[in-house]
Write a protein that binds this ligand. Structure first.
Ligand SMILES: Cc1ncc(COP(=O)(O)O)c(C=O)c1O
Length: 398
């Protein structure tokens, strides 16, 4: 090519573009339902009471005083300070017996449960025994990890130990003993002991999900089942309900023999959960703000719960309220009403969303007259209005 002879296009730099596909549109996560519809979904805590000021102050402090090394990659098990603080907190509040090294910080209970399923259910002839009814999220997590899900019926007092499978050993048994979701029962000591005997006899693990156990309103809070046998129980907790799901901080407390493989899997999954958020949380707990927050939230949820139970009694004298002694949801049984898709739609048109227990049931038929009402994220005014709409809607149905 001669100098100054013009501009040429070099060979080998053109290529045929693939036909572009339309970009995916994700469904709105928050809600695409009209703002005026009152949604009794049991998912979110009281977002209007997140301790924004303190959290903001602690975040600033962590940013200013933490050594540089905290801004680098860290161990997949999570920040040591948080695990230490957490092991003491869990012992005090939930009777969980563990060393800080048995705790792995995860992105919520969801990640902990998925990883546990992947680790323990490692042969495809295995299955997980799961209390029935159960949330569809849990069912999906177990199935995605490749496990077959075996339903074990639960009643108002939690899982029924006499119905546990004896013909085959499950890779683990999944339970929510402090406040079963959705039925709301707290597992009795007698049933807890039977679960322990079962896990020993079948040589299997128990996975205990303790996601909203801090909020107990009646009686003495029952400690975790992990404390009864730390060798056999994998304890899973989260800060999604006690603080906010936006933090994405949960944890698994593991028997020592499972710690290394869990840490390795966590590393491959996402290296580690955000260290800076963990440091803020560690300070939040250490400086007593978590205890204070729980005390305040308990008062708020208690009032919301009372507003809900009182309006249910006003509008539906023959309805039975179940599972209201803890957590942020309860169950109502309406004799003679079957909560079909048609009834759900009719209620939605009346401006209220409710969640039939039957939708969570693996074995269908036993819970047709019951609905779950989550009250954690609704103000008392909205709760009262929601029950009024429920009553108007059901009048149209009958
Ligand atoms: C049964 C159960 N456990 C735990 C959680 C918390 O999940 P995460 O910690 O991932 O937010 C939920 C969320 O709704 C749940 O339904």
């Amino acid at each position: 090519m001669r100098p100054r002879s013009g501009t040429y296009v070099a060979k080998g730099i053109t290529f045929q573009r693939e036909k572009e596909q339309p970009h995916p549109v994700f469904p709105a996560v928050v809600s695409n339902i009209s703002k005026d519809v009152i949604d009794f979904r049991a998912a979110n805590p009281a977002m209007d009471h997140f301790p924004r000021k303190i959290w903001g102050r602690l975040t600033k402090e962590v940013c200013n005083d933490t050594p540089e090394v905290a801004f680098a990659y860290s161990g997949s098990e999570g920040v040591k300070k948080l695990r230490e603080v957490l092991s003491q907190y869990l012992m005090k509040i939930r009777g969980v017996r563990c060393h800080a090294d048995q705790i792995i910080i995860t992105s919520g209970a969801t990640q902990a449960l998925y990883m546990i399923s992947r680790l323990i259910t490692n042969r495809n002839d295995q299955f997980i025994a799961v209390e029935d009814p159960v949330t569809d999220e849990m069912r999906r997590i177990f199935s995605l990890a490749g496990a077959e899900v075996h339903p074990v019926p639960a009643d108002e007092e939690g899982i029924i130990p006499e119905s546990l499978p004896l013909h085959r050993k499950p890779s683990f048994l999944f339970v929510i003993p402090s406040h079963q979701f959705p039925l709301g029962g707290t597992l009795s000591i007698q049933r807890r002991v039977k679960l322990m005997e079962y896990s020993r006899k079948m040589d299997t693990y128990i996975v205990e999900d303790d996601y909203d156990s801090e909020f107990t309103y009646e009686g003495v809070p029952v400690h975790s089942i992990q404390g009864l046998n730390p060798e056999r129980v994998l304890y899973v907790g989260t800060f999604s309900k006690i603080l906010s799901p936006a933090l994405r901080i949960g944890y698994a407390v593991l028997p020592p023999n499972l710690v290394d493989s869990f840490r390795e899997l966590k590393w491959y999954t996402d290296r580690h959960t955000s260290s800076l958020e963990q440091l803020v949380l560690a300070r939040f707990i250490e400086e007593g703000f978590l205890d204070r927050h729980v005390r305040q939230m308990k008062k708020i949820y208690k009032k919301r719960r009372e507003a809900l139970t009182a309006s249910i009694r006003d509008h539906f004298p023959s309805a039975k309220i179940l599972g209201q002694s803890a957590g942020m949801h309860l169950v109502v049984e309406f004799p003679g009403v079957v909560f079909s898709e048609e009834v759900k739609e009719l209620l939605c048109e009346t401006g209220v969303l409710v969640y039939p227990v039957e939708d969570y049931a693996l074995t269908k038929g036993a819970h047709q007259h019951k609905i779950v009402l989550g009250y954690g994220s609704l103000t008392e005014k909205r709760i009262v209005e929601g029950v009024k709409r429920l009553s108007e809607g059901l009048q149209k149905y009958t």
